[in-house]
Design a protein around this ligand. Structure first.
Ligand SMILES: O=c1[nH]cnc2c1ncn2[C@@H]1O[C@H](CO)[C@@H](O)[C@H]1O
Ligand SMILES: [Zn+2]
Length: 371
């Protein structure tokens, strides 16, 4: 055996490896047990199951329809129990704790404040409750020996008409826990240019945003998100594959848009398991992430909705390691890509890469020497 031998990272190493998460929905990551308790407290009676294992399974199955629209219907139950300050605080704290326990050192977690106003909270109260929850979760993680930093992204729903207001909200909290803005929801029929005023406002404010694009709808959505709206990153962006030709001899040709995305190092927030559920990819092995990584796109690995996909960052990496024989070096490459693409200041990103991520992987990569 030489040092060239392929040593797949073990599940234990994947778990301990420092990971960076840019695309995770707060309302798509609740613990099933928490949903049941919060529903009881709120008198919400429409939950499809009353036992946490069954409820977890229900979410995974209901989200597994092959359609983004049906996938999104499951969020009615999570949003229903996230309508008070205490509920938002709890969900945010548990989110930070769960991510930290999974080895995530930096996360940007998104949610749509406009979906949490049903019991009379103001938009500001929603943001403050979630921020306080994230701070609490960071503290609990630290007490457990895990380090994590969590920033919030405020999402506007693309079928609604509050994007400018939410963009202003994000801007007003930019120095207190909100690192950027996003739009989400059904993609077909709701092009990003509907919310151009919000994006233009954020650009004038020198603020950052990502746009869900190229998930359920293809290249025109990606093109609009980048060239009309000026997105810093693409939420999913997986359909950029439609602009890449692979010939029988293996040679690859990029169309103009794919070339632009790669040349400009546009970050792709890829979410493999989520894409299988919404029908954007047929299997992990066939997921475009394999080719995009080979072609050196700025690809990142993300969970999207841990509850609906029954996943975690470690699980996403385990699936990718199985499908593509990735090494710890590949994992580090995805992780550094994500950290480079985060919305926090450059000096902090650099310190995370040099002082947390690289030493973490160096430690893991040396373990085989001492076995
Ligand atoms: O993969 C996705 N594509 C588009 N929208 C999504 C996805 N996952 C979640 N949401 C939507 O974003 C809202 C705020 O977090 C969720 O309520 C859900 O409607
Ligand atoms: Zn998403």
């Amino acid at each position: 055996m030489t040092s060239q031998t392929y040593r797949p990272p073990t599940a234990d190493q994947i778990g301990r490896a420092p990971k960076v998460l840019l695309h995770d929905h707060l309302d798509g990551g609740l613990r099933p047990g928490t949903i049941i308790e919060l529903a009881r407290e709120a008198g919400y009676e429409a939950l499809p199951e009353q036992e946490s294992d069954k409820l977890g399974l229900w979410f995974r199955e209901a989200a597994d329809s092959g359609s983004l629209e049906r996938y999104l219907e499951t969020f009615a139950h999570t949003c229903a129990v996230m309508q008070t300050r205490d509920a938002l605080f709890r969900v945010a704290a548990e989110c930070a704790e769960d991510l930290a326990a999974d080895g995530v050192v930096y996360a940007e977690v998104r949610y749509a404040p406009e979906q949490h106003l049903e019991s009379g909270l103001t938009l500001q109260e929603v943001v403050e409750a979630v921020n306080e929850g994230f701070r609490e979760g960071e503290r609990r993680a630290r007490a457990d020996g895990n380090r994590i930093r969590v920033g919030a992204l405020l999402t506007a729903m693309r079928h609604a008409a509050r994007a400018l207001e939410i963009a202003e909200l994000a801007n007003s909290y930019r120095d207190s826990g909100v690192v950027g803005f996003d739009i989400a929801g059904a993609e077909a029929g709701f092009p990003p240019t509907r919310h151009l005023d919000a994006f233009e406002y954020l650009k004038r404010e020198n603020n950052h945003f990502t746009i869900h694009a190229g998930e359920a709808f293809g290249l025109p959505s990606i093109w609009q998100a980048l060239q009309w709206c000026g997105a810093d990153r693409l939420g999913h962006g997986v359909r950029i594959i439609d602009d890449i030709e692979v010939a029988e001899d293996g040679s690859v040709e990029l169309g103009r848009l794919a070339a632009y995305v790669r040349d400009k190092r546009v970050p792709l927030e890829l979410c493999p398991s989520s894409n299988l559920q919404t029908g954007a990819a047929a299997s992990i092995a066939e997921h475009p992430i394999g080719l995009l990584r080979k072609l050196h796109f700025r690809a990142t690995v993300n969970t999207d909705n841990r509850l609906m996909s029954g996943t975690s960052m470690s699980r996403e990496f385990e699936l990718l390691v199985d499908a593509f024989a990735y090494t710890l070096d590949d994992m580090q490459w995805f992780t550094v890509n994500a950290m480079k693409s985060a919305f926090i200041p450059f000096d902090e990103r650099l310190a995370m890469i040099n002082d947390v991520i690289k030493p973490g992987y160096a430690e893991l990569k040396s373990e085989w020497l001492f076995k």
